[in-house]
Design a binder for this molecule. Structure first.
Ligand code: ADP
Length: 472
């Protein structure tokens, strides 16, 4: 598709998922990934510990078998999380499933940490402090009650090996040659002080971080409310502009009807000069009406971003066939042919608004016609894979100056060569295309060679699961 002489620019305006929800979901997803990565580091450390213990590199009583078992356990659980996480992470709506996955991971991590602490002589190493990382993360991602429960579970798992050793239920593990551990373990007062110390440390850690996290969450909520308020004000402002613009349409329609009356001679025969002036008034009137219609359309689209747009299954093949047919009629006057080059075999489903998609392709095809040279050719094609559906509209016209590629989607922007070629544009066609692309989470790529032509490629992500749901 890309020829080296083309200047290419890609545009991705994101999707319409509410900003705050998207942010929170992304944060959670990032944490799940982070957990998995950290666990691979733990796997490496455990494997290294196992080898070191086996080769007696450290002069300690570390048991290589314990480490090997924990390593295998971590590898298996982490592989399982990676697979589950991959399935969950693609969908932003599965916020709760991701949270459950995190909780589940924490539970199994506690088990592994508990075993690791036991293998390392429990109180002989500071390994139990690692439980605090999970307590801190729990305060950030779960409610206060759930995070307190996580802190409680952390305490139980941290104290468990020591308690079991204390009750002689499991053999005591010491890795150093000192009597420190047996002295602590066989003195109930010391043992319980130690366990109490762990509990207090975990509780203090939970309390401090949950206080900070609560105030952060409050700030986040306030920001969210302020954001919502700004959106509402913006929506009201857009509605007011929309009403005012809409009201302008009626006087223009009235002017146009007077123009017809005069042109058709109902008010008497007009001199040549007056007829020319009336024709020009009529043309200007048409252009202003077109501009008003585009402004209204653009404002409508921006308002739609804020509300929920009802998407349905749209067969892009069908929309393209219709728009190409209409484009061919428009192009006929200038001797420009508009052809659909990809054969229409199976439906190409996209979740979206049929009206908006028609407008999008219509705008792109009309631009391709407008900026073609006389007797030119516009080619419309569709390419589909299991992941995306891409529509390309290619012309062999005036092209876009490289420096202008950054600006063509801005409101009212028209490049100099476009103004010289065609005076009638509004500079609102591509901003409308941009809004529709944003609503549909589509990306656009523009390739152009000045004086030779341009290709606009719009790509939609295929949401197979949702499409199947609607089809069934
Ligand atoms: P309009 O076509 O009414 O001027 P648009 O918003 O549709 O407004 O396009 C903005 C600008 O992008 C155009 O003025 C032109 O400079 C450039 N442009 C868009 N499509 C093409 C094209 N197919 N070929 C060359 N230039 C284009």
């Amino acid at each position: 598709m890309t020829s080296p002489a083309y200047t290419t620019k890609s545009y991705d305006w994101g999707s319409v998922t509410p900003y705050s929800a998207r942010l929170r979901s992304h944060e959670l997803v990032a944490r799940v990934r982070w957990f998995i990565q950290m666990r691979w580091i733990a796997v490496f450390m455990c494997a290294a510990g196992s080898v070191a213990a086996y080769l007696h590199i450290l002069s300690t009583g570390l048991n290589p078998l314990y480490f090997a078992v924990i390593t295998v356990f971590l590898v298996l659980t982490n592989l399982a999380y990676t697979i589950i996480a991959r399935r969950l992470l693609g969908d932003e709506n599965r916020h709760h499933s991701v949270q459950l996955l995190l909780l589940f991971q924490m539970g199994l991590d506690f088990l592994a940490l508990s075993a690791l602490a036991y293998a390392c002589g429990t109180i002989e190493t500071p390994l139990i402090t690692l439980f605090m990382a999970h307590i801190i993360l729990a305060t950030l991602f779960f409610t206060r009650t759930v995070s307190l429960a996580v802190a409680g579970a952390a305490f139980l798992f941290a104290a468990l090996p020591l308690m079991l050793e204390f009750g002689s239920i499991i053999p005591m593990v010491t890795i150093f040659k000192s009597n420190f551990k047996s002295e602590v373990l066989f003195d109930p007062k010391l043992s319980f002080t130690f366990v109490g110390g762990i509990g207090t440390t975990f509780l203090v850690c939970w309390y401090l971080v949950s206080e900070i996290s609560a105030s952060l969450k409050l700030r986040e909520k306030q920001l969210e409310d302020a954001y919502e308020m700004l959106l509402r004000i913006d929506r009201e402002k857009s509605q007011a502009t929309l009403r005012a613009t809409h009201e302008l349409k009626a006087p223009f329609a009235a002017i146009k009807s007077y123009v017809y009356t005069l042109q058709d001679g109902y008010l008497g025969e007009l001199p040549e000069k007056a007829r020319n002036a009336i024709t020009r008034i009529g043309d200007r009137c048409d252009r202003l009406t077109e501009k008003i219609t585009d402004i209204i359309h653009l404002s409508n689209l921006r308002t739609v971003v804020l509300t929920d747009m009802a998407f349905s299954l749209v067969d892009v093949n069908q929309v393209l066939a219709e728009e190409t047919r209409e484009g061919a009629l428009v192009g006929e006057h200038q001797g420009i042919s508009v052809v659909l080059t990809s054969p229409m075999t199976t439906p190409a489903w996209v979740l979206g608004s049929r009206t908006q998609l028609s407008t999008m392709f219509s705008n792109l095809i009309r631009n391709a016609i407008q900026y073609s040279f006389d007797n030119g050719r516009v080619e419309v094609s569709l390419g589909a894979t299991s992941k995306q559906i891409c529509v390309s509209i290619r012309d062999h016209g005036i092209g876009i100056p490289e420096a202008n590629l950054d600006k063509i989607f801005e409101e009212h922007f028209r490049s100099n060569n476009a103004v010289a070629h065609f005076t009638g544009g509004t500079g609102l066609g591509l901003p409308i295309v941009k809004e529709i692309a944003r609503l549909h989470g589509a990306t656009i790529q523009v390739e152009s060679i000045l004086g030779k032509g341009s290709v606009f490629t719009v790509c939609f992500e295929v949401k197979e699961e949702k499409i199947q749901e609607r089809l069934s």
